[in-house]
Write a protein that binds this ligand. Structure first.
Ligand SMILES: C[S@@+](CC[C@H](N)C(=O)[O-])C[C@H]1O[C@@H](n2cnc3c(N)ncnc32)[C@H](O)[C@@H]1O
Length: 235
């Protein structure tokens, strides 16, 4: 089977246009939301990091705009954060990232994908970046603040972050995160309120934190995810 045919038959997370006659049928189509993220039209000469790239939608988008892109993700499902009760008993042998690699080849991309947890990503190891983008990764992490501290150290320019917020606790006038780790099958530990996400960015070392947008992302099975999108900078 040729590569394009394999891509047609694969189950994708991201909807992506890989060739004129080949658009993947992903769980999430981010294309209608791209403008909200406020990426520079031209990213020529910039270094960019996509944290938790999965199939690579954002990495390839930043490359299309001219950036030199590093995409970070984990090859082994065992290395993801799991609540003990939700941790699968067996894991696939095949390394993760097959979709990314397929898209990479079909697009003729030069994005460098590295198998590294954001918890262990340091400037000594991978350098610093003019733009760091992290979409819907922190919501799945046990230690969101450690990941944000790592990102703050990696970011010399703009941090673009979009994450799910908790609507109920957003009604409270103070900063809280709702405990969500007791649900079966959902790999979410803490679901911060809108205000809390902003405070967490500041705590992690970003001095200027701006809410760009609130919007709802809808998956192709009807799942709706409430998003808060920030841009954050150090002074
Ligand atoms: C829900 S997907 C989001 C994909 C993409 N960022 C987006 O905006 O559509 C979460 C991604 O984060 C990755 N991830 C989870 N834990 C991670 C960690 N500790 N370090 C790096 N990536 C991680 C997962 O493997 C997965 O690709």
């Amino acid at each position: 089977m040729d590569l394009a045919e394999s891509a047609r038959q694969r189950r994708w997370y991201h909807t992506m246009e890989l060739a004129p006659d080949l658009t993947t049928d992903g769980w999430f189509d981010l294309r209608p939301h791209v403008d909200r993220y406020g990426l520079p039209e031209s990213m020529e000469g910039m270094r960019a990091l996509d944290v938790g790239t999965w199939d690579g939608f954002w990495a390839f988008e930043m490359e299309r705009r001219g950036a030199d892109v590093v995409a970070l993700d984990l090859d082994d499902e065992r290395d993801l954060d799991w609540q003990p009760r939700n941790r699968p008993e067996t894991f696939p042998d095949e390394p993760r990232g097959a979709g990314f690699r397929m898209a990479h080849e079909l697009l003729g991309s030069k994005v460098e994908r590295i198998n590294l947890s954001i918890y262990n990503a340091t400037p000594e190891e991978i350098g610093q970046f003019d733009v760091v983008l992290c979409g819907n990764v922190l919501i799945h992490l046990r230690d969101q603040l450690l990941a944000l501290e790592r990102i703050a150290n990696l970011c010399s320019g703009t941090f673009v972050t979009s994450e799910e917020y908790d609507t109920l606790s957003s009604l409270l006038p103070f900063s809280v995160a709702r405990y969500r780790a007791d649900r079966p099958a959902a790999v979410v530990f803490w679901q911060p309120s809108k205000k809390t996400w902003g405070k967490m960015l500041w705590t992690a070392g970003f001095d200027r934190v701006e809410v760009k947008e609130r919007f709802t992302m809808e998956a192709n099975d009807g799942l709706k995810v409430k998003q808060i999108l920030h841009h954050a900078h150090k002074s």
